[in-house]
Write a protein that binds this ligand. Structure first.
Ligand SMILES: C[S@@+](CC[C@H](N)C(=O)[O-])C[C@H]1O[C@@H](n2cnc3c(N)ncnc32)[C@H](O)[C@@H]1O
Length: 348
């Protein structure tokens, strides 16, 4: 299933909205390209081969960048800051289009086989304080659903900067976020983990260079600090022995969570995953967490757009919400508002 049955004008509008709502002020290069793609029938047709339920503009632009990583001497690659440090500004659209149309079959293959699995490291800027505060110095068991390559599982291995001030941790991987009010949860020491497990429908094994390239291709080409950060985090993860389980259904998640040891606090979380679930799956997911929490203490954290949470707290945007299950009772807490890549956090 892909987007070829969808009215082309709707796909054009999607690129236009993507440019306006996501790229504007963040990625001048993808803003300009997406606006031009939205007016080009041939490229819209090419993008329509993206697997359905995947964000089409992200998947299409990542497929192009992935191919450029494999062809760094191509003329277009010299306009990609992610590929050449001495890059040229503003890729001519005709050159971009020619590159894409000449590699039509390769692009379609990527659109049909790859997924949008962006690991966005700054999300650790809210995960780490919340989990540290909850754990109160005890080692905890961590389960991340929709983990991609598991880079957020390594939150205890990174250095944290808030408003450019180094706040805790020492590492080459620098998590940077702006605080826009409220108060960060208090804690004495950074959380430490008894075990870490990443679950995904397609865990990205970083010993395969194609997966490394794909993970990097998902980062927008002119977002250089994010490229530096993800490359450092990939190098670190490649030296670790992170544990993954391939799973995609509620019964599988439930079996895996239930099989975790019960002699240490359990943390289950997902960040920017539910938008890839159907509405029915989202309801089932909440029901599953309630079933588990009815007989087992745990903290369940969701960082998702309010439109895909069961409770939108009357807000529009990305919310960080936890549900603590303790002796069969549950308490829900809204911790923060943030944006997609956690460039800023407003603590609640
Ligand atoms: C946008 S990525 C987010 C990755 C990571 N959570 C982060 O914030 O850095 C969404 C991830 O959810 C995974 N995913 C989507 N639907 C899933 C499902 N039904 N079961 C397991 N994983 C799923 C995708 O494969 C992808 O790796």
């Amino acid at each position: 299933m892909d987007y070829r049955d969808i009215e082309p004008q709707r796909l054009k509008d999607w690129f236009k909205t993507f440019a306006e709502n996501e790229c504007k002020g963040v990625s001048p290069m993808y803003f300009a390209l997406s606006n031009k793609i939205s007016e080009d029938d041939e490229l819209i047709t090419l993008a329509s081969y993206c697997k359905s339920r995947q964000p089409m503009p992200n998947l299409f632009l990542a497929s192009v960048q992935y191919l450029l990583f494999k062809e760094p001497s191509s003329e277009l690659a010299h306009y990609y800051p992610s590929i050449h440090s001495q890059y040229k500004e503003d890729p001519p659209f005709a050159l971009f289009k020619e590159f894409c149309l000449k590699r039509r079959d390769q692009i379609i293959e990527l659109e049909q086989s790859r997924l949008v699995q962006t690991n966005s490291l700054n999300r650790c800027a809210y995960l780490m304080p919340i989990f540290s505060s909850y754990s109160r110095g005890e080692e905890v068991i961590l389960v991340d659903i929709g983990t991609s390559a598991g880079l957020t599982l390594n939150m205890d291995r990174y250095a944290y900067f808030y408003d450019d001030v180094h706040t805790f941790g020492r590492s080459d991987v620098k998590i940077q976020s702006e605080e826009r009010g409220g108060k960060m949860p208090a804690f004495d020491q950074m959380v430490s983990f008894r075990s870490k497990l990443g679950i995904d429908q397609n865990p990205l094994d970083l010993s395969d260079q194609n997966n490394v390239d794909w993970l990097r291709a998902l980062v927008w080409a002119d977002r250089l600090p994010r490229h530096e950060k993800i490359s450092a985090a990939i190098s670190l993860a490649q030296k670790e022995n992170l544990q993954f389980e391939k799973a995609s259904t509620i019964p599988e998640f439930e079996r895996i969570i239930e099989s975790q040891d019960d002699d240490a606090p359990l943390l289950v979380f997902h960040t920017h995953v539910l938008y890839q679930f159907s509405k029915g799956e989202r309801v089932e997911f909440t029901n599953m967490m309630e079933r588990i929490g009815s007989h087992r203490d745990l903290l369940y954290l969701a960082a998702e757009h309010s439109s895909v949470l069961q409770n939108d707290h009357g807000m529009d945007g990305v919310l960080v919400e936890s549900t603590e299950f303790k002796k069969g009772t549950k308490s829900i807490r809204l911790h923060a508002q943030t944006n997609g890549h956690a460039n800023w956090i407003k603590w609640n």
